[in-house]
Design a protein around this ligand. Structure first.
Ligand code: MN
Length: 248
């Protein structure tokens, strides 16, 4: 679907970029540089996994340079960290001059109140919630800092592989959407009209318990989907493919 040049807010997430990735999302950022400056909200899982430190900062330099260029052109960049950025710290916060919103980012357009979240808190997944609580515990943070980086990378990759296997099983069953908990959607949308999320890797717009609910989709190497909001608060679901031969 064509994108509108009058967009005031562009929302995207679930890029799952690997170090030195130069696929569709980086080309998308280059395309944004040709458009009038607006707000870009990245709603998490920008990275396949993020281990806070100089190694990660160097590995994603190509991405950060593109985001930095947008910032210099007047774009306001926001990050709502996802579950892949659970280990994010000072290096992530300062990698780009972006606004980091720990849980959600609220946007007001012509009296319409939009809330942007990653979406991991909207699904029924007790195992995942236990893991998040565990990873965010101070003792786990301290323990992780004592491990050599190679071991941290091994653990992060193992968790990713486990999560991918689980995701594959769920999508084979066509059950990703059934994990959505309407009560959680309702609770997350208190005091807002529209809730925009990612995490489920689907793009849709529907009403759940009286709330306009939008899933913004995800990114692969050669294509991606996102959401645009214009000055009047109209929401457009967008998707596009890029030729990888054109990758710079
Ligand atoms: Mn996620």
């Amino acid at each position: 679907m064509a994108s509108t040049s009058s967009a005031r807010v562009i929302i995207c997430g679930d890029m799952h970029l690997r170090p030195h990735d130069r696929g569709a999302f980086l080309m998308f950022l280059a395309d944004l540089g040709q458009r009038p400056a607006a707000h870009l909200v990245i709603l998490g899982d920008l990275f396949e996994y993020w281990l806070d430190g100089p190694v990660a900062q160097r590995a994603y330099q190509g991405l950060f340079v593109r985001l930095q260029a947008l910032h210099q052109q007047g774009w306001h960049i926001h990050l709502v960290p996802g579950n892949r950025e659970l280990a994010g710290g000072g290096y992530l916060r300062t990698a780009v001059p972006w606004h980091v919103h720990p849980h959600s980012c609220d946007v007001h357009c012509y009296g319409k109140r939009l809330r942007i979240v990653h979406g991991d808190r909207l699904v029924r997944d007790p195992g995942y919630r236990f893991m998040v609580a565990h990873l965010k515990g101070w003792w786990c943070m301290a323990w992780r800092r004592c491990l050599p980086l190679s071991l941290q990378v091994f653990i992060a990759r193992s968790l990713r592989a486990f999560s991918r296997r689980k995701q594959r099983r769920v999508s084979e069953l066509g059950a990703a959407l059934s994990l959505l908990d309407p009560r959680r959607v309702q609770a997350a949308a208190v005091h807002c009209d529209t809730l925009i999320a990612g995490h489920i890797h689907q793009q849709l717009q529907r009403h759940i318990r009286g709330i306009e609910f939008v899933l913004c989709g995800h990114w692969e190497a050669d294509h991606g989907s996102w959401v645009e909001v214009d000055a009047a608060g109209h929401i457009t679901l967008c998707k596009q493919s890029w030729s990888l031969n054109a990758a710079g």
